[in-house]
Design a protein. Structure first.
Length: 154
């Protein structure tokens, strides 16, 4: 049975933050054939402010995982705002998770699990988990995590 992601958000008591405006010259989402591409999203709080900090310096792995989960909520908000109903999404295909981290921090995959676990909760394990990369780098505005993703549509 297909899980209704909009209903799951309500059932889980999740609060989506406001969708951010593009911070450059790009589209927040783009549909090509049966695929929805979502530009990199940062962790926006429900009050519209950005979460900030660097893993291994200002934040620990668990704080980073919560930031990655917040990126997932931000992405869902962006999709709803710029694309429409989440039930038009069949599955997560590809996730690129980027972690703002200090030299020596090596737990990027554990941090990005915060995003992936949220997608599994919302879309179900079979459709919410796709292929994934998790890398460390310096991110704009000192955000702890940025994620871009590709989804298959019905």
């Amino acid at each position: 049975m297909k899980q209704d992601p909009d209903l799951r958000i309500v059932e889980l008591g999740l609060i989506l933050p406001p969708a951010p405006k593009p911070a450059g010259v790009y589209k927040p989402v783009l549909v090509v054939d049966k695929f929805l591409y979502v530009s990199g999203q940062g962790p926006i709080r429900s009050d519209g402010t950005l979460m900030t900090g660097r893993l291994g310096a200002d934040l620990d792995k668990e704080e980073g995982k919560l930031a990655a989960r917040q990126v997932g909520l931000t992405m869902l908000s962006t999709i709803k705002t710029h694309f429409g109903e989440l039930k038009k999404i069949k599955r997560v295909i590809k996730v690129l998770g980027m972690v703002n981290c200090a030299p020596g921090f090596e737990q990027q995959p554990a941090v990005i699990n915060g995003f992936s676990e949220l997608m599994a909760e919302v879309f179900g394990e079979e459709n919410g988990i796709g292929v994934r990369s998790a890398v460390g780098m310096i991110l704009p505005s000192n955000i702890p995590v940025e994620v871009e993703a590709m989804f298959e549509l019905y």
